[in-house]
Design a protein around this ligand. Structure first.
Ligand SMILES: [Zn+2]
Length: 174
């Protein structure tokens, strides 16, 4: 093995090690995501699938182990119909609450309308032919703001292994 080949092998091994380390850190970040949530909470927002309504109620944390991964959820009972309600404490970007909750959807629409109004106010003082371009930019900004908001609610970029575990978790729970 010549020197170049040896270096190439060394670099590959190093990169593989780095990749593994990134995956490990990512997983543990997801699994530590519940650190800010205590075992019991007197008030936490949920979505009830039965009532099709937002509910804020007391809940407790439950931890599940899937293979090498920990998944923890905040579990509650709907105060009105008694149905089980869940929020993700770890892996929060997987939380269906953000798609289901009317409260969240209203917030998103409000942001959207605010941005459209700002835009309207802006282009009245400018040239008409820039109207379309500005509108397109606004739409892109809105999309980005929703995306960033989703990003902040959890961390993207889980390993395939974790994604598989989460899918299985959804199936077993439902
Ligand atoms: Zn209910």
């Amino acid at each position: 093995m010549d020197e170049t080949e040896r270096l190439r092998k060394h670099t590959q091994a190093h990169q593989e090690q780095l990749r593994k380390e990134r995956d490990r850190v990512k997983t543990s970040v997801n699994e530590r995501m519940d650190d800010d949530l205590p075992d019991f909470l007197n008030s936490y927002p949920f979505w009830c699938d039965e009532c099709q309504e937002d509910k804020t109620t007391k809940c407790h944390k439950i931890k599940f182990k899937f293979g090498n991964h920990w998944i923890s959820v905040m579990a509650a009972e709907c105060p009105d119909c008694g149905a089980r309600m869940l929020r993700y404490a770890t892996h929060r970007d997987e939380d269906k609450y953000y798609q289901k909750s009317l409260r969240i959807r209203r917030d998103r629409n409000r942001n959207y309308i605010d941005m459209l109004q700002q835009d309207e106010w802006g282009f009245k003082t400018k040239y008409g032919d820039r109207e379309k371009e500005k509108m397109e930019k606004t739409h892109a900004d809105v999309e980005r703001s929703i995306y960033e908001r989703e990003w902040r609610t959890g961390l993207k970029g889980k390993s395939m292994e974790t994604k598989t575990d989460l899918k299985r978790f959804h199936k077993e729970w439902r």
